[in-house]
Design a protein around this ligand. Structure first.
Ligand SMILES: Cc1cc2nc3c(=O)[nH]c(=O)nc-3n(C[C@H](O)[C@H](O)[C@H](O)COP(=O)(O)OP(=O)(O)OC[C@H]3O[C@@H](n4cnc5c(N)ncnc54)[C@H](O)[C@@H]3O)c2cc1C
Ligand SMILES: NC(=O)c1ccc[n+]([C@@H]2O[C@H](COP(=O)([O-])OP(=O)(O)OC[C@H]3O[C@@H](n4cnc5c(N)ncnc54)[C@H](OP(=O)(O)O)[C@@H]3O)[C@@H](O)[C@H]2O)c1
Length: 495
């Protein structure tokens, strides 16, 4: 008999919703906490910049048991995603499990000698403490702003200049007629530069440090989803724990794999005009594919051609009145500087001792299956396996975690096994695949199938692949099929 637990879920984005639903369906008493005024996490409307749309196609960015409406575009806009998330939370009875405007401030081991944690909650100006048998942390990787600061910023602001983080750029009317500098070279930076240029800014300058590969939604007319999410493609990258057969195959096929990626680079360089924009990256594309590789924002390279966006390689050195002085010595007129400089990782509510166990000194998280740390009992992490289809990865790991918490995995790993596996993964990230270090090492892309196979095997799913081996090798994952795979595992109910 599995004991019914009182479970806390911290965070009301996709991962928190997945965790709350999965634990509740197994019979646990779930209490969700979201510090914001509404569900949605990165898709909450007050945090989404205009024109923001997914990079994942819609058939790979939903839960296994609910699709988007027919009218939603192939790459849903932020309001579509937000509406989906809300309808899902209502329909599946998850919304009522959450307390909004409730922030988890601290988390410490229970003092009553029982397993679990005591959370300190800040709710409507009141501080409360509540005990839980198990905690699911679903706080996301992109919810603590990293705002780069530069000398002269205070004077710049006092003289009427403005410095904002990318997630605070929500109203295009604020930049009309302004000279805007966007700092950063990743997805938020390009999206915002394009939106600002289309919204009546006087000038837009993108200041970025390094050239990176980006994928357009269509490569040579082919939807990128047909190229990116294949077992056959995935096997060409140096994933963790390659099987002996996989290792030999990669050796034999090395020239073909090399040619495949050079072909892709040539196609991208040609299609996006990277040479003329002096934006050809130095690194081979196969070495850098991870969650940080972004979709090339539609309209960005066209705006460079038209001159409505100017791109300068470098960084901001300091501010002067009405200008940003760059590291290359140049000066760019600037009324508004948008810091598209990303996010900080970290879980400030965890005690320092727990943080030391969880994160190595180089910032890499120590998580078995991207979900648990054997030195931190009664807590698990959802959405720390981010991917190119993060909703599905969050759902799958939620199913893994509830079974782990209930001792219901087909093979319940020992602490030694988990530590050994974590060490192998850390070694792989540090030595074999540095790209896997992005965002604290909490990204499974491009190794979706590998990770999902591991989770399903642990869960005890008897069905883990589609029947047709060719489809399985050359076709993107089917979200609905993963629902069937999960259903093929032994079922149980707590309490
Ligand atoms: C603009 C943008 C677009 C993206 N597009 C894609 C895409 O196309 N495909 C893809 O796979 N991924 C995409 N991602 C990655 C995205 O992060 C995931 O897809 C997914 O939305 C993450 O959900 P989450 O619930 O894990 O985290 P979040 O959405 O960040 O939600 C975490 C929640 O936890 C809450 N929280 C944090 N700390 C506390 C606390 N102490 N107490 C209470 N609540 C707390 C936050 O307020 C937040 O609501 C995108 C990310 C961004 C920023
Ligand atoms: N439409 C969408 O689907 C969408 C939109 C936005 C974001 N996202 C996703 O959300 C995640 C975060 O993306 P993001 O663009 O917000 O952040 P990010 O990927 O972390 O990128 C941050 C950028 O800021 C630069 N930077 C950081 N500190 C800097 C400094 N001090 N000076 C100059 N440059 C600095 C980084 O450059 P270096 O690389 O040189 O460090 C990098 O280019 C990604 O996974 C992304 O794919 C998706």
């Amino acid at each position: 008999m599995v004991e019914k637990k009182r479970v806390a879920v911290i965070g009301g984005g996709f991962s928190g919703i997945a965790a709350a639903k999965t634990f509740a369906e197994r019979g646990h008493e779930v209490h969700g906490f979201e510090r914001g005024p509404a569900f949605g996490g990165v898709w909450e409307l007050s945090r989404s910049y205009p024109d923001c749309q997914t990079q994942s196609p819609k058939d790979l960015y939903h839960f296994t048991d609910q699709t988007y409406g027919e009218n939603v575009p192939e790459w849903p806009k932020a309001p579509d995603v937000n509406a989906y998330l809300h309808s899902y939370a209502e329909k599946h009875g998850v919304a009522r499990l959450f307390r909004l405007n409730t922030s988890v401030e601290t988390m410490e081991r229970r003092a009553d000698g029982r397993a679990g944690w005591t959370l300190t909650l800040q709710e409507d100006g009141c501080t409360k403490r509540e005990d839980f048998d198990f905690v699911s942390v679903a706080t996301g990787q992109f919810s603590q702003k990293h705002v780069a600061t530069h000398p002269g910023e205070q004077e710049f602001a006092a003289q009427g200049g403005e410095v904002i983080h990318s997630s605070d750029y929500t109203d295009p009317s604020t930049i009309k007629g302004k000279r805007v500098v966007v700092l950063g070279g990743s997805k938020s930076a390009l999206d915002i530069a394009v939106n600002v240029a289309n919204s009546g800014a006087k000038s837009v300058t993108l200041v970025y440090r390094k050239n990176v590969w980006r994928l357009p939604y269509f490569v040579g007319g082919v939807n990128v989803k047909h190229l990116l999410y294949m077992r056959a493609q995935e096997e060409q990258f140096n994933g963790w724990l390659p099987s002996p057969i996989g290792r030999v195959l990669r050796m034999i096929l090395k020239p073909l794999i090399w040619a495949n990626f050079r072909g892709l680079e040539a196609a991208l360089t040609f299609q996006l005009g990277l040479k003329k924009h002096k934006m050809v990256p130095d690194e081979p594309i196969e070495d850098i594919v991870s969650c940080s590789i972004g979709v090339a924002t539609p309209g960005f390279f066209e705006a460079l051609d038209k001159g409505t966006i100017k791109a300068v390689q470098g960084s901001i050195e300091r501010y002067e009145e009405g200008a940003a002085v760059l590291s290359n010595g140049g000066t760019v007129p600037c009324d508004v500087a948008v810091m598209a400089t990303g996010w900080k990782q970290g879980l400030s509510f965890l005690p320092a001792e727990a943080q030391h166990k969880l994160v190595d000194s180089d910032g890499l998280y120590r998580l078995y299956r991207f979900a648990v740390n054997p030195s931190l009992p009664d807590v698990g992490f959802i959405g720390f396996n981010s991917s190119f289809c993060s909703v599905l990865s969050a759902e799958l790991v939620s199913h893994w975690l509830v079974r782990y918490a209930d001792g219901q995995l087909e093979h319940q790993p020992s602490a030694d096994e988990m530590n050994a596996s974590i060490d192998v993964m850390q070694e792989w990230r540090r030595k074999d695949r540095p790209a896997a270090q992005v965002y604290g090492g909490l990204c499974i892309a491009p190794f979706h199938f590998r990770h999902f196979d591991e989770l399903l095997k642990d869960i005890g799913a008897t069905k883990r692949k589609r029947a047709n081996p060719l489809v399985e090798l050359f076709v993107r994952p089917s979200t609905a099929a993963y629902g069937e795979f999960l259903a093929s595992a032994p079922q149980y109910h707590a309490g």
